[in-house]
Design a protein around this ligand. Structure first.
Ligand code: AHR
Length: 499
């Protein structure tokens, strides 16, 4: 099969906000306990933070990490996680029906974030708590001193404010599973009043309101409109959450459908943008609301096992999806979709980061990488500068849910500072190689710096045995500085870095 691609320097989607490569640590399962925090583990520091996990997270280059939830936050009292550890209460975590010892909390998370070199995206509880609990948390974290909460922070060992800029106003407040679920009006009203109070403490905050927790929720659309009607002027971003699963049998048509889920993600994003802009027009506002896709990933492998997990355990194995090769291909394509929409998606969080639906898994002895680790690592490290829309001529296929899924999914990024052009390209065809002819306009290639392919694995193969690797993509040829050819193998994720 043949594909023609043209990349024009003038066709900019947007300057990429690198927070699009964010991730998420929820106080859930083994994400924190036995994940990033395990006192006594051989690489752990004096505070219990595992260095082997920090090193793995650094490879993924995540600029922002959302914390502490997730569903967990909607029943969480942040005050339980501060102060001397031996005085912290052990509580029931009603979200996941586990036991929370609170040995890890705000200070431990911020220490970890500093060691990783990432920012915090802090969520407040708007499920079971009200305005002042959130405002007090901002005071505790960001106020310099001389007040009750800021002095308590100092007493707890942190003299300087944490200076947390980005905050989520609750989590999935439309979800029937959420503790403290609200109607759109109730939530929008509470989010607005909470935002006002938080900003009185620190006017520099960037605030994210909850959008729908899934495109499938019956309230989708009305939820966004009603919530924004209430809080438009006091928030900056609206969230989206979306998880995908492979629910069919092993038939190849089902795999085609699964690999086309990027079409659904694109539809979801464009729908939410349309609603944000409709509210903007109605309000005659000058302000634009952007999107924070603050939970996205594949999540389905562990569902059955989780149903059988006994309640009220400490740090049980929960949501421990073991990802396979087809999941990595989908994750690559979802990343491309986020970049294609980077004019409005300014932040996103791969949910999650360690052990819980995660690219990084831990054992007591070390860490291992899941299949999805590789495309994420490549895009987060190389997808910098501006996103450029590639014009692609290639055949499409029809699947169970989608009318037209192009066999080639791709995006280019151009980093003006280093004059580096990177092409991310996925061939979704299960049998055919794809001959790619690329033409550049107003961009010149002098060298192929690096070209890799991730392919050759059976769709259901996982990386528990650590065999998955990125391999060199050979035979990439450039001609006269404006043309390139490459042969993309069936079911392959490819990255070409040019200078
Ligand atoms: O990421 C796992 C869970 O998915 C989060 O806690 C929740 O927000 C979503 O439903």
């Amino acid at each position: 099969m043949k594909a023609k691609m043209t990349i024009d320097a003038a066709d900019r989607v947007a300057k990429i906000d690198e927070r699009i490569y964010g991730s998420f640590i929820e106080q859930l399962g083994r994400a924190v306990y036995d994940g990033i925090y395990q006192p006594g583990q051989k690489t752990a520091d004096a505070n219990g933070l595992r260095q082997d996990v920090i090193d793995a997270v650094r490879k993924l280059n995540v600029p922002i990490v959302r914390y502490p939830g997730g569903n967990f936050v909607s029943q969480y009292k942040w005050e339980d996680g501060i102060g001397p550890k031996d005085q912290r209460p052990t509580r029931l975590d009603l979200a996941w029906q586990t036991i929370e010892t609170n040995q890890f909390g705000l200070h431990e998370f911020m220490d970890w974030a500093e060691k990783v070199g990432t920012q915090a995206n802090m969520a407040v509880n708007l499920g079971t708590r009200e305005i002042m609990a959130a405002a007090n948390l901002v005071e505790y974290c960001n106020f310099p001193g001389g007040t009750y909460w800021s002095d308590l922070r100092k007493q707890n060992g942190r003299e300087k404010p944490f200076g947390i800029k980005t905050w989520c106003l609750g989590n999935e407040m439309d979800g029937p599973w959420e503790i403290g679920q609200k109607t759109a009006y109730e939530y929008g009203y509470l989010a607005n009043e909470t935002a006002k109070a938080m900003r009185r403490v620190d006017p520099s905050l960037e605030l994210v309101a909850c959008g729908s927790s899934s495109l499938d929720n019956p309230t989708f659309g009305d939820w966004e409109r009603t919530v924004l009607d209430q809080c438009y002027d006091n928030v900056d971003l609206l969230s989206l959450h979306r998880y995908y699963g492979y629910y069919g049998d092993d038939d190849p048509n089902e795999l085609d459908n699964y690999l086309g889920k990027n079409v659904d993600l694109d539809r979801f994003i464009k729908g939410v943008v349309a609603i944000c802009d409709a509210v903007k027009a109605k309000k005659r506002s000058q302000k634009q609301i952007n999107l924070s896709f603050d939970e996205w990933n594949v999540w389905y492998h562990s569902n059955q096992q989780d149903e059988e997990t006994e309640h009220w355990q400490k740090a049980p194995h929960l949501l421990e999806d073991i990802y396979n090769f087809e999941d990595a291909l989908l994750v690559g394509s979802l990343l491309i979709t986020l970049l294609k929409n980077s004019d409005r998606v300014k932040m996103a969080c791969l949910a999650q980061l360690v052990n819980v639906i995660a690219p990084i898994m831990t054992t007591d002895d070390g860490v291992w990488y899941q299949s999805i680790f590789y495309p994420f690592m490549q895009v987060s490290n190389l997808g910098k500068g501006v996103a450029l829309t590639p014009h692609v001529a290639v055949d499409s296929y029809k699947s169970r849910e989608f009318d037209a899924v192009p066999y080639l999914d791709s995006i280019a990024t151009y980093d003006e500072e280093y004059q580096q052009l990177v092409i991310f390209a996925e061939n979704k065809h299960q049998e055919d190689e794809l001959d790619l002819d690329l033409s550049l306009r107003d961009l010149t290639i002098t060298e192929v710096e690096e070209a890799t392919e991730f392919c050759g694995y059976a769709p259901k193969q996982t990386n528990e045995d650590g065999v998955m690797k990125l391999h060199p993509l050979t035979g990439v040829k450039t001609h006269d500085g404006h043309q390139l050819t490459a042969h993309l193998k069936p079911l392959s994720w490819n990255v070409i870095r040019l200078q």
